[in-house]
Ligand binder design. Structure first.
Ligand SMILES: CC(C)(COP(=O)(O)OP(=O)(O)OC[C@H]1O[C@@H](n2cnc3c(N)ncnc32)[C@H](O)[C@@H]1OP(=O)(O)O)[C@@H](O)C(=O)NCCC(=O)NCCS
Length: 158
């Protein structure tokens, strides 16, 4: 198992991660990503600010984290964890933590002062994971998801 930047060879396996989860598609669509290979590649290469996808892979992608600059969201010196996910059958083995650590380290080295993320308030695992890494809730986003659940905006200040 290794963590590396997403390559073109990873793309099919990476995009498969989202087929497991309807709300994941919604998260990515909010960031302007269609979960189809060519459209995804084009969006990555024309993203309005810096963006990185790190994957955890063996013979396939087991999980990934996507982090981007947040200047375009009026959050200077900040980065947004757009998405973090691990295949269902590979959860609870520390992989989510490894990927989050990689993304935070990358942001720190880039001089980012604050990292934010948005998680469904129903997502106990996600909230606990970010909390464990020092993220604190700072805002509730009412009716953020299609099914009407609220989201929690969380931040970590370096
Ligand atoms: C959230 C997610 C990324 C966690 O990945 P993971 O590899 O299972 O996480 P780890 O094994 O590194 O666990 C780290 C911490 O997360 C929390 N956690 C993970 N799964 C949990 C669960 N099912 N219930 C409660 N807490 C959980 C715990 O605090 C855990 O620390 P601990 O083991 O010391 O208790 C994974 O559940 C996932 O892909 N969920 C769907 C996508 C998602 O919700 N992403 C987050 C919002 S973008």
């Amino acid at each position: 198992m290794e963590i590396a930047e997403l390559t073109e060879e990873d793309l099919d396996s990476y995009l498969e991660l989202f087929s497991e989860d309807e709300s994941a598609k919604q998260t990515m669509e909010r960031a302007g990503f269609k979960l189809e290979k060519e459209a995804f590649k084009n969006r990555l290469s024309s993203f309005p600010t810096w963006i990185k996808v790190f994957v955890l892979r063996s013979d396939r992608v087991e999980g990934a984290v996507c982090i981007a600059g947040a200047e375009n969201l009026n959050l200077p010196d900040s980065a947004l964890i757009v998405d973090l996910r691990i295949r269902k059958e590979s959860r609870k083995r520390g992989y989510g933590s490894m990927l989050l650590e990689t993304a935070l380290e990358y942001a720190r080295k880039k001089g980012v002062k604050r990292v934010v993320t948005i998680v469904s308030e129903m997502n106990v695992a996600g909230i606990k994971l970010f909390h464990k890494f020092g993220f604190k809730p700072y805002s509730i986003l009412q009716d953020y998801y299609v099914l009407g659940e609220n989201a929690v905006a969380m931040e970590k200040v370096f």
